[in-house]
Design a protein. Sequence first.
Length: 295
Amino acid sequence: MSAETFDADDRDALRALGELGLLGPEEIDHGTRPGDEASEARVRLHTEAAGLLPYGLEAAPAPAALRSRILASVAGEETMAVRGQARRPPSGARPAVSPPAPRAQVAPVLVRRSRWPTTLAAALAFVCLGLAGWLFVQLDEQRSQTARLRAQIRLLDQREAELEAIEEQLSAMRQNVGLMTSPGVLACALRPAEGEIHPARGMLFVAADHQHWYLSLKGLPPASAGQTYQLWWDADAGMVSGGTFEVAPGGVAELASATMPRGTRAVVVTVEPAGGSPQPSGPLMLAGSEMQQLL
């Protein structure tokens, strides 16, 4: 170790070894001289041995004088602020309370309400109104259709009644035609009475059993108000009423029955008061007495 290699730390270490009694003054002086290899080696060995001393010594409390000196040397640093560490107040002192920091005024935050609930409610209301309108239209159409169906049902009922009446007429016509074409049928023509001039005419058909009969009248004028036409049979029991009847438009009337008074010799049509009379009392319109066998 040359003199050039000794720095301030090395010289301090040599002086510390001297204070500990490990080096004498001459060794310290020779250790710093250049070219003395033995002194340098001895100084180096003592330095290394001094570095190992702390590891071989037992821990012992420091002397009171040393402790007082160390505390006195650091007493001036107790008031120094340590970066990153709060100052500790002295024992028994009341920590100072710093005034509260003024709170910053927070500006009110304006929250913008979302419009989608209102839009959704409006859309739902629009849909409900549309649905209500559609249902109203459907209900109105159903009512109209129901009214049309009811009218058609009434019309069908009328047609059915008319068909039934036509069927009855057809049935009566078939019976009358069958009577007129049956073997042994008798025919009697009805003409106006003597002195009466009008276009009314009639024909009476009587079956071979002298019970079933059919009378067809044409050209009779409508009866006056409060009057009606009445049919009479001139039989063994006298003048027997065959009932009253009305004339259809065109002066047509058709009468038929399954019974005839026994011993009938003639047939008469008169005009009587409304409701009929027990005996002929009104004007004589038609009469017939000559029976002729057709088949």
